[in-house]
Ligand binder design. Structure first.
Ligand SMILES: [Zn+2]
Length: 179
């Protein structure tokens, strides 16, 4: 370690090398979840929407009871049946598992009871605002994400040619900025 008193050290994204000096939870370049393992990236809005849209057909196809059993199992992975099929999951803001209990709170208490009930009184406005919220939120969170401090990430790994700069000479992921 040197005692060089230069500018403060800046962590760099393990996936693309972009300096992580902004307050957002995700890398502003490749949407890697800061602090999480390499290749853990934000779920796209389209995937989240797809997961939501297939929940009701899945419920019908499995006669309800099948869906409920499946749902209770997938909660342990931060998922619902829809999320599992499109390959996304909810995790804590640092990438750690959300756990069965908090996923239950997220899916049932917040989304179904609170937002569902409020939407009944407000003609679905809250429901729509909640689902569109990630499009405008700097941390890509819906309101139910903010309620339990979760984010939604993709399960599939990054393509092989992911690193744009060589960070091997900087194993701590921090280096001084040249000015
Ligand atoms: Zn990045």
């Amino acid at each position: 370690m040197t005692t060089y008193a230069g500018p403060p050290a800046v962590r760099h994204c393990p996936d693309c090398g972009t300096p992580e000096n902004s307050p957002e939870l995700f890398c502003t370049n490749c949407f890697h979840l800061k602090g999480a393992a390499p290749s853990i990236r934000a779920a796209t809005f389209v995937r989240r929407l797809a997961a939501f849209l297939i929940e009701i057909p899945l419920f019908v196809l499995t006669l309800g009871i099948g869906y409920i059993i499946w749902w209770l199992i997938t909660l342990a992975n931060g998922q619902t049946p829809g999320k599992q099929l499109v390959g996304i999951r909810a995790v804590q803001k640092n990438g750690a598992p959300l756990g069965w209990g908090m996923t239950f709170v997220r899916e049932f208490v917040i989304k179904f009871l609170v937002i569902g009930t409020l939407s009944n009184f407000l003609f679905g406005v809250i429901f729509l605002v909640n689902y569109l919220f990630p499009l405008f939120d700097k941390n890509l969170q819906a309101l139910h994400d903010k309620a339990v401090s979760s984010v939604v990430v993709r399960l599939d790994p990054l393509p092989a040619a992911r690193a744009q700069i060589d960070t091997s000479a900087d194993p701590w992921g921090s280096q001084q900025i040249d000015r």
